[in-house]
Design a protein around this ligand. Structure first.
Ligand code: BGC
Length: 504
């Protein structure tokens, strides 16, 4: 209903009238480059739908549409204690999640470990060694050294992986700036398990989970209308529940066509052949200079890792353009450092409540040692608005495409990630774009009560991963072994969970 949701943010376009001609013509140019019309959003979404379908049909298509072997929604009655590990970009989180007897409830204890920046470009041994060390510390701290029975683990590994089984995953490619040699193209589970074994850590990996699938399942634990799980964070992606009969590339497995199958779309890769997304020269530089050029084209225009970098590249370009020359005569060496501005920097600019943009001025002074003039501040604010709005509007295309593909006119979407949770106006701008793409009537849209509505998700990489581990063991118990590599070993794991819980 109009009026209940948050209001569409007021843009500062009106404050731009007194700018010098050189700056106002640059702003016009940027507006042209970064504005995506409703018509264009529809065109992108239509192409998106056909790419999602292609991914379900063919191996190695641009959007991988990975089958995850998570094959049901929780009903809220799952029980048991599970470990969950989340290997995110900034932190590594280990949780112990107890799904309690009360429907849809859980207890959680967790520890966070910093993910050292060097690990992202180090060696595979260092990575798995570090992850295993953290798990070992966690278990020793919470269970003491006498814990010998294997504890079941849901491992949230938020990178594209081909899964023939739920406890297996061949890394298709690193994303989000990770670049560790010798991991792509291989199953990540054996080296992870080897590192655990070496240290004698008593863990049985029960499910390898993408953060989007975890988000969808955790959100569905308490909301039966949940259909899609999305991440708008350092990277971007979504998962939804398909039925096996609509996944032609799995036809050879003769699965019951009505069985559900969670699909990790990996749609950050959308349009990596550059057919439809309106890339600016700045997007092209980001792509060329990234560790994986020509990959993750969609993600590189909208995800948190890149928003600050797009902004930095534009400002540097405007500084270097003789006809514009912002920050004249100033030392811009800090601005020259790649990836020195994150999406939080952009968020802070968009959040500056003052008419004279004094917080933005301080931010530039303190972070970049640049003193901005009033017109420059206006340009900076408008640029942040343009980049943030484009990200939210393009993000809506992925959600809309899944809905269109499935013929869903109403559903709930569980969403998580730093951009979704923290970037100002992201939700409202995204909702407005969904309304334009899906042609909702005027009295629908702009937030609360929309036919397709995004909700902040339950903890996907903790509770979601634990639930998926629980659902897997439950499936094995009743002999549904599709996507289970070693059903006997899984049965033992299920028994261990029961034994562990009976002692608690
Ligand atoms: C990864 C996905 C992940 C997304 C959000 C992307 O870079 O490829 O697996 O779901 O980031 O974390």
């Amino acid at each position: 209903m109009v009026g209940l949701g948050p209001k569409t943010p007021r843009s500062r376009r009106g404050s731009l009238t007194d700018l010098p001609q050189s700056l106002s013509s640059q702003i016009e140019r940027l507006e042209e480059l970064f504005t995506v019309s409703g018509e264009k959003l529809k065109e992108i979404t239509n192409h998106f739908v056909s790419e999602l379908e292609k991914g379900l049909r063919e191996e190695n298509s641009t959007i991988p549409m990975n089958a995850t072997w998570c094959m049901e929604f929780p009903d809220g009655n799952e029980t048991g204690t599970f470990l969950a590990l989340d290997m995110g970009g900034t932190n590594l989180r280990v949780c112990e999640v107890t799904l309690t007897k009360e429907k849809g409830e859980f207890d959680i204890i967790q520890s966070k470990y910093r993910m050292p920046e060097e690990l992202k470009t180090g060696t595979a041994d260092e990575l798995w060694g570090y992850v295993a060390d953290c798990l070992q510390q966690f278990i020793e701290y919470h269970h003491g050294q006498e814990q010998t029975e294997q504890l079941p683990l849901g491992f949230t590994f938020s990178y594209p992986a081909t899964q023939e089984y739920i406890d297996h995953g061949i890394l298709q490619r690193w994303t989000k700036g990770f670049d560790i040699d010798g991991v792509e193209g291989k199953d990540v589970v054996p080296p992870f398990e080897a590192a655990l074994k070496e240290r004698g850590v008593p863990i049985k990996l029960t499910a390898l989970v993408n953060d989007t699938t975890g988000t969808m399942i955790a959100s569905a634990y308490t909301d039966p209308l949940m259909r899609i799980g999305c991440i708008f964070g350092t990277g971007c992606n979504a998962a939804y529940m398909e039925n096996c009969g609509s996944i032609p590339k799995l036809a050879h497995m003769n699965l019951d066509p009505d069985l559900p199958m969670a699909i990790n779309c990996e749609y950050g890769a959308f349009d990596s052949e550059h057919k439809v997304l309106p890339r600016t020269p700045y997007d092209i530089i980001i792509d060329k200079e990234s560790p994986r050029p020509d990959q993750q084209a969609f993600e590189k225009m909208i995800a948190g890792l890149y928003l600050g970098e797009i902004f930095r590249l534009v400002l540097l370009d405007l500084h270097q353009k003789p006809e514009c020359g912002i920050f004249k005569g100033q030392d811009v060496s800090k601005l020259k450092k790649a990836y020195s501005l994150d999406s939080g920097f952009l968020a802070a600019i968009e959040e500056d409540p003052f008419e004279n943009l004094s917080e933005t001025q301080d931010l530039f002074q303190n972070t970049l040692s640049i003193a901005c003039t009033k017109p420059e501040l206006e340009l900076i604010r408008r640029l942040a608005e343009l980049i943030g709005t484009r990200a939210a509007r393009l993000s809506a295309c992925g959600v809309a495409a899944i809905c269109k593909k499935k013929g869903w006119t109403t559903c709930h979407v569980g969403a998580d990630g730093s951009v979704f949770n923290k970037y100002p106006h992201f939700k409202v701008r995204g909702a407005e774009a969904l309304k334009e793409i899906l042609d909702w009537p005027e009295d629908k849209g702009k937030g609360k009560g929309d036919p397709v509505e995004l909700f902040p998700a339950e903890d996907g990489s903790g509770v979601g991963a634990a639930l998926i581990a629980a659902l897997t063991l439950k499936r094995v118990d009743v002999g549904q072994n599709a996507g289970i590599r070693d059903p006997e070993a899984m049965k033992l794991a299920a028994q261990a969970v029961r034994a562990f819980n009976s002692k608690k």
